[in-house]
Design a protein around this ligand. Sequence first.
Ligand code: FES
Ligand SMILES: [Fe+2]
Length: 450
Amino acid sequence: MLQRSGNGGGYDWDELVQPDRVHRLIYADPEIFQRELTHVFGAVWVYLAHESQIPNNNDFITGKLGLRPIIICRDNDGKVRALYNRCTHRGTTLCRWEKGNSRSFQCPYHGWSYLNNGRIRGVPWPDGYAVDFRDPKFNLAQVPRVESYRGFIFGTLNMDAPSLANYLGPIRKPMDEWIDRNPGGKIVVCEANRLKFKGNWKLAYDNSADGYHVIYSHRSLIETEARFNDGEKGMSYYKNSPDKLAMYVAYTGNGHHYKDKRPNLQKRDGGLWAIESFHPGMEHVAEKLRAQLGARAEAVLDYAGSEPMNINVFPNLSLLGNHIQVIEPVSVDETNAVWYGTKIEDVDGTIGDDVLREINTLRMRTQEGFPNLGEVDDITNFEQIQRGLACLEDEWIYMNRGMDMPERFRTDDEGVIYGPATDEVFMREYIMKWKRLMQSEPQLTVQREP
Ligand code: FES
Ligand SMILES: [Fe+2]
């Protein structure tokens, strides 16, 4: 059995992550998980929130950077910040609300208060202190680099990380397309469907563009959908030979990848809505909109449909259908999978308030398709993998589908690798990126207002 040896963290990372397989410990060892919190969730750009969740000055939401509790806010001057949600006095979390609007935060323990730019504002009975509270060490720690890409806010503790745009690189193209299919290229993030599973966070990321499992793991969902629309609903296109279809997976670098199922669809107004999973009442609403809007209805209904793309931004963000999934590590064998709904806006006044409300309701209810009926299949697999990993002597997990078969792949000028939908090439590439991160020695830093 694999034993610990000399370098970084006590493991030989090249032994744990090999070209065709990975060791069970990368999912099961608490010390490897601890190292990920700095070497992955501190060292690269991590998705924190969407700007539409904090549209106004002094809006805030609470979230996490790895396990670090943080407050993502738009301060009184409009600057987006990620404050450590940790009182500088004795370390308790400062803000215990999910979201709100406030120019300052007061600690529930002893009442120290802070402005939303992180500066300390005051402490109760200051005459009991011989210190100068203007010393920056009393200001809240904050994530030193916070940047947005088209509304998606990311942060990193690594001053040596590239710019966010460089980090994202070619994954920006499918992200742009996913965003731009909505009126004015705009989405508004809504409330979330919150799931959790007893498994390592990477099991979700491994699976995020896996086209190999679909027809087996999601059989009951596909069969349910197949009772409607001549069997052409949802992901039914997987049912024959998925690698022969026009859909594909692409690995774009830095751990990011996507599966693009759009080429399987008929390009016509209403083509997307036609394959949308059924939920009770949707036909009634669709018929009403058709009666009201005539020929325009199909294009408008497509706004409610689930865009057939899985776009995965390493390490914690997926754009799936019309949802945003955030992977939140909790412990080595516990993870939250949070599915945010998204709304559209009537940016140029052509949709109208009533229709917009109906479309956004239909859009929200697509949670009743894959996120509720498919994600539970996936989560069951993740939990059962974690159980299987308790077989200590059976050490290896294979990611070798398509390996040593160069005829299955194509690499473009930007280095993006394209392969058939069931291929594990993206898994092998992203886990190599993970290995390089775990081998590196990033310098992490926090910032405090002066
Ligand atoms: S821990 Fe926050 S005021 Fe004491
Ligand atoms: Fe799945």
